[in-house]
Structures are given as C-alpha cells and as structure tokens.
Design a binder for this molecule. Structure first.
Ligand SMILES: [Ca+2]
Ligand SMILES: [Ca+2]
Length: 557
C-alpha cells in the first residue's frame, strides 16, 4: 500500500503539486548533496568559495537585488528571478567568459559539429552559473614530491657549491694534481672521512701507479665523487665504497690491508716499527682479526655494508685520526693490545710453527682451563677454525679465543662460550649441559685442596645471579640480560682460577673496577702489558749488568 505523499507527487494535478515535487526533489538532492559534501569537506569549502565569488560579481548584483526587493514586497521569488535574468545573461555574455576557457568553441570541421558547437557555446538562458576559474597551466598541476631515493638523497645545491668551492681551493696551484699527503685534506674536508682513508682512495684512483710518484688530478677525483651517487651517501657508505672492491657486495680481510698499511706508515705512534716489517705485518693482521671478531657477527668472513653501518668502526677511525697515542685507541688499533695478544700466543707456541695444539692451549693462564672446554674449542663447537691444519689452532683462532676468554661480557664472547657449553645444540643451557663441565672443575678443586662446592649449590647461586626466565634453563637472551654474571657462569664451569677469584673476591677491588669503567678486555690488556713491560725492563737491566760485569772482568785481566 502506497503512502499518500508519493501519490500526490506522481499525479501532480495542481501547479503547487509540481512545485512540491520539484521542491521535494530539490530537498532530496540538496540533502544528498549535503550528505556527500559532508564526506568531502574540501569540496564543500570550494563550493562555498565559488558561491561567494558569484555573489560579489557585478553582473549578478542586479539579479540578487531584484530577488531581495521582491522578497521584501512579498512578490514571488521565481518571477523576480526571471525578470532579472533577462538582463543578467546579456551582461554575462559580454564579460564573463574567459578567453582561455576550455568551453570555448573549438575549430569545427563539419556543419553538424558546428551546430552542436553553437548549441554548447550559447550562454545559459536562466541558469546563473559562476564563471569557471582559469585552468591551471599543465606544469603548475600539483605533483607529489619525490620521497624515495634508492641511491641516496641528492645534495642541496648550496652544499654541492660548498664542496666545489673547497675543491677549487684545495686543487688551486696544483694543475698536475695532489700527492697522497696533500690528498688527505680533500678526504677530510670534502669526503668528510678520517684522513687515513685518503691513502686507500688515492690508491684506488691511481691504480697501477707507484704511490710515491702519483698525483691525483681534480677531474679524477670529480669522476669518482660523481660516480655511483657517492656525494649523496652518508659517511659510513662512503667509507664502505672506499674499502670495497669494485663489484663486490662485502668486505674481506684484504680490503682492510691498505688502511692498516696507511696507519702503520703514517701514524706517529708507530714510527718505531718502521725497522721491523715482520711486526708491522703481525700488527696489521691482529687489528684486522679484532675488527672481524667484533663486526662480522655473521661469522662468514664477509663483512656486509649493514654490519659496517651497525658498528662503531667510523667512530674508531675518527679517534685514530685525532689521537697521537695509538695505545689510547683501545678498540682494535692499540699497539699495546697487539703486543699482549702476540706475546701470549708466542709463549704457548713453544715450537714456533705459528700453530697451537690442545696441549698448548691447556697451558694458557697457568692451566686455568679444563680439558673438557679445550676439547670443545678444538672440536670447533663455537665456529670452524680458520686453520686448515687438522687439530691445530691458527693465530687468528687464538686471537678470537683470547678476546672471548678475557672479556666474557661482549656479544661475540657470549656466543662463543654458549656454543661450547650447549652440548646438545638445542639453544638452551640446562643441567645436562652444565653438570659434565662442572664435574671436572669439582675434581680440580678437590685436587687443589679447595673446599668443593656442590653442583646444586652452584646452580642456586647462578639462578640468583642471572635470574633466567625459566628456572633450570639459561638461554642466550638470559645471559645477554646479565652480561657480568654470564662471565661468572662460564668461569664456574671451566676456568678454575677465575672461579676461585670470584669466590674470594675483594669488595674494595670490585668497587674500584666498577668505578674504573674499563672493559674487562682493556683491564686485562693493560695489566698484562705492564707485566710484560716490567719483564722486558728486568731482562734489559740484567743483560746490561752482565755486560758491565763482563767488561769489568775483561779490564782486570
Ligand atoms: Ca706450535
Ligand atoms: Ca643444551
């Protein structure tokens, strides 16, 4: 059953009915439009703007005034609009159509098109439409600015101009190019990298030319600077570009050799090594092993750009550039640290074949390690040895062992020892992993006449220290959360001397160590270097004393 209102609209006998229908339709259209505009507030604002513009146009002023006048006199609004519109369109036709409007009649080629065109271009008879805004030029259309730069964000013109000005100044007066020492300024001021990187970049630009006679010309540098978007890259990426072999996706040991050669040749602290090329080489390889131990967390021997970016290597290079005493650069480059590492290896390598076997390593730290942990290291549980001689550890393997043993708080060290202890490789250290290691420690305590501590008591102590997420199990994450205590766990399991030192620790010494802020490695290296240096002095004074005595005896006879 239809409702009364639609019937009256459809039949529409009276004029008022049509008006009502129109009015009804208008309202529904208006409501629909209003509803639509509510969804698009920007469109509503634009329409309001058009309406205001239309109201302010002089040619429609008369229409509006007539409508208002009729409304005040009580006349019908529609009559007023029709009356006024007799004037309006004329005025509109004369002034309102902008010449560049897209509705302007195009060139016609047929009478039919001409007729249609004339119909379309005729001014509206009763519709008061505001003029279309002038179309925007094509190039002024809104475009989304580029926000993704896969090769790096382009440098602002002002920065690039600044670079060019610096290059102009640095290369002025050197039309034949700059030697390596002068090129350092270019790398520091324009490439914004530590000066030691200049020598490697210099060698790259002058491949095949002897460094002592080569000169880098401005256009050679410009070509490199503009290639591969290097100017747009961040400093670590520029560093990677200089270190990396062209076409390679990673860095290997050899990529660091030119940098280390520059350090050995040009760092003032290492001048004394110039007469000892064999120790220059040992120093260089030790530093590279330390770099890869800390940075190459994948353990592949292929250092990725990502690993370099996540590291502190650039900061260390900057410190190296500004620090005249290389021993203060304790991360990787300290000569004293190299001296300690090399001497420790030399002491164990009694036959000096530059390899260690199990018995050699058992003697480390005055027999501090258990046989079981040494077996796990030689079983290559933490990683596959770099040594290719079966059953033998190379110098690089020893460097990794020593760094792990003397600082058990670092991530590489935690992973190293965790893999050693995790006998069943299930990623968790449980009682069945820990007990076999501790039994050997217990036996050694009994042999040393120390009061033995039962395994269950040790487990309780470790729980209190490490507070693992699940009782009875220690994960790598648990150890990472309590790095200091993780070292205690490992020492309890396989290093008797450090275990006993922990049991009888001096609270004053603990406080002094905490206030010192040195890493365990730095503290160990400093203590060992002092001992080695004192031994050297003693040896020298003994030798001098012997020489004096020999000379005195010779004089008397
Ligand atoms: Ca040996
Ligand atoms: Ca396990």
């Amino acid at each position: 059953m239809a409702s009364p209102q639609p019937v009256s609209v459809v039949t529409g006998e009276a004029e008022g009915g049509r008006e009502a229908a129109a009015s009804s339709t208008g309202r529904s259209t208006g409501k629909s439009l209003e509803f639509t505009l509510r969804q698009y507030p920007c469109a509503k604002m634009k329409l309001d703007q058009f309406f205001l513009e239309w109201l302010s146009m002089p040619e429609y002023e008369k229409v509006i005034l007539t409508v208002l006048d009729n409304a005040s006199k009580g006349k019908q609004l529609k009559a007023g609009i029709e009356e006024a519109s007799k004037v309006g369109p004329v005025a509109v036709a004369s002034t309102s159509v902008p010449p560049s409007s897209p509705t302007t009649a195009p060139a016609v080629s047929s009478p039919r098109k001409a007729a249609l065109s004339s119909q379309k271009s005729a001014p509206p008879s009763s519709q008061s439409r505001p003029p279309s805004p002038a179309p925007k030029p094509a190039d002024a259309a809104e475009t989304i600015p580029q926000f993704y730069f896969p090769k790096g964000v382009p440098l602002p013109d002002s920065v690039e101009a600044e670079h060019q000005a610096k290059l102009d100044a640095l290369f002025s007066g050197a039309p034949d190019g700059l030697p390596a020492k002068e090129f350092v300024k270019v790398v520091k001021e324009v490439v914004e990298l530590p000066g030691f990187m200049a020598y490697q970049l210099f060698a790259k630009l002058k491949a095949g030319v002897a460094a002592n006679t080569a000169l880098v010309k401005r256009d050679e540098f410009d070509e490199w600077w503009g290639s591969n978007y290097i100017a747009s890259k961040d400093p670590v990426s520029r560093l990677y570009e200089i270190l990396c072999t062209k076409g390679s996706d990673y860095l290997v040991h050899a990529n660091f050799e030119p940098l280390l050669r520059a350090v050995v040749d040009h760092h003032p602290s290492l001048e004394f090594l110039s007469d000892h090329p064999e120790f220059q080489d040992r120093y260089m390889e030790t530093v590279i092993y330390r770099i890869f131990y800390n940075l190459n967390r994948s353990g592949t021997g292929k250092l990725s750009r990502r690993e370099l970016k996540r590291s502190d290597f650039l900061d260390v290079l900057e410190q190296l550039d500004s620090e005249p005493d290389i021993n203060r650069v304790t991360r990787y480059f300290s000569y004293e640290h190299f001296y300690v590492i090399y001497c420790k290896f030399w002491e164990l390598d009694t036959d000096h074949d530059f390899l260690l076997d199990r018995e050699d390593l058992v003697r480390y730290g005055c027999h501090s390690l258990t046989y079981q942990i040494v077996d796990r290291i030689f079983d290559q549980a933490p990683y596959r040895f770099f040594s290719r001689v079966p059953g033998k550890m190379s110098y690089q393997d020893f460097v990794w062992f020593l760094l792990s043993e003397e600082d058990k708080t670092t991530q590489p060290s935690l992973e190293y020892w965790f893999k050693c202890i995790d006998l069943d490789c299930d990623g968790v250290l449980g009682p069945y992993d820990l007990r076999p290691f501790y039994e050997e420690q217990l036996q050694r305590m009994e042999n040393s006449a120390c009061e033995p501590v039962m395994f269950e008591d040790v487990m309780c102590q470790l729980h209190d220290l490490i507070q693992p997420q699940h009782e009875g199990w220690f994960t790598l994450k648990d150890l990472q959360m309590r790095r200091e205590s993780a070292g205690v766990l490992f020492n309890i399991l396989f290093n008797l001397h450090k275990f006993l030192a922990f049991e009888h620790r001096d609270p004053f010494m603990i406080r002094a160590e905490q206030e010192n802020k040195q890493s365990d490695w730095d503290r160990f290296a400093q203590q060992e270097y002092d001992i080695l240096a004192a031994e050297d002095e003693q040896e020298v004074s003994l030798r001098d004393g012997t020489d004096v005595l020999a000379a005195s005896i010779s004089d008397n006879f």
